[in-house]
Design a protein around this ligand. Sequence first.
Ligand code: LLP
Length: 419
Amino acid sequence: AGCFTRSPDGYLCCEGFLVQDVMDAVERRPFYLYSKAQITRNFESYREALEGLRSIVGYAVKANNNLKILEHLRELGCGAVLVSGNEVRLALRAGFDPARCVFNGNGKLVEDLVLAAKEGVFVNIDSEFDLENIVIAARVAGKVVQVLLRINPDVDPQVHPYVATGNKNSKFGIRNEKLQWFLDVIKLHPKELKLVGVHCHLGSTITKVDIFEDAAVLMVNYIDEIQSQGFEVEYLNIGGGLGIDYYHSGAILPTPMDLINTVRELVHSRSLNLIIEPGRSLIANTCCFVNRVIGVKTNGTKNFVVIDGSMAELIRPSLYGAYQHIELVSPPSDAEISTFDVVGPVCESADFLGKDRELPTPVKGAGLVVHDAGAYCMSMASTYNLKMRPPEYWVDDGSLVKIRHGETFDDFMKFFDGL
Ligand code: LLP
């Protein structure tokens, strides 16, 4: 069972807390509400799946960069997967062991690579120019950088094109015909680079895990080729991407265990060290985005529920047409059910959180949650229309704790101080 359940009389709860009580206690609206215990449970399912393998779970910080959440994941034993200099800095602040961190990306800046090199973070090579930049950074830092080659495996993850990354025309990684060039250049730089592994990332929201097996088989062929040229590669990084049940349909989706089992034999038989980079599957289902209804209106054939949250705080439905489950906080009622678009107050028609949702007509001020808001929601929030970024809370062992302040108008005005 997840962390959001119904009380015996039908009210939405988070780990025993009535969401309505939290709404009444929290001064700001909307806000994000997490379950710390669910984060732990999600990590444990990876830990169990990886039992008996040498492995690193590198949490994809881009999914959710709350410092308290990062510290918690680090305490549980996570490493971190980072895509900017600031994410590297944040991971260090959160106390992550650099030897369990990977710096990844198709446009890494030299100054950020210098930081990663100094700290001893693994670095993925994404392209010819990226390799050049890593060599420059290694010289500046005076360190040998442990590198992985990000290979574009040309595997179709069958997901929205915006979150597919491992197909041959994507901007990420290197294609097989260029492998030898990379190996030759790496051989020329023993003082700067140590090739320790290969990486691939297929895409996100993946719900068919057999493609991980396909990719791992390909990757192991690359490892064989690379080893035959005298490199001691040890790490197989198969990226992240496991999807979750956004529809709350009760469909049985693959678990971390199912995912790891597709590659277990291969990894075990070669004594490889497996790196896995989950973001969504660690954090998405630990959180609800909690809103209040501002009002209800009808235009033409459409009914709208207007809430205080919007595409500014949660852009996935607008950007990807993503479905996130929406419910009222109050008990399911016998009131007449109508079909509503759930929309925010932002001044454009792309501003919706859900389309054609069946709901009992809510009253003004009613609580309404958007589920599975832990991944790529707060971390993608903007201040469009000067809707300042919301505060975050979690339920921690029976207490409600603020884990991030909401942004204020004064924070915004500080950008102009002294100008
Ligand atoms: N590793 C790499 C190299 C990645 O590019 C990503 C995500 C991950 C790991 C983590 O993937 P996950 O396990 O979270 O699927 N904003 C989009 C998702 C973009 C994913 C980008 N890369 C969304 O809201 O659906």
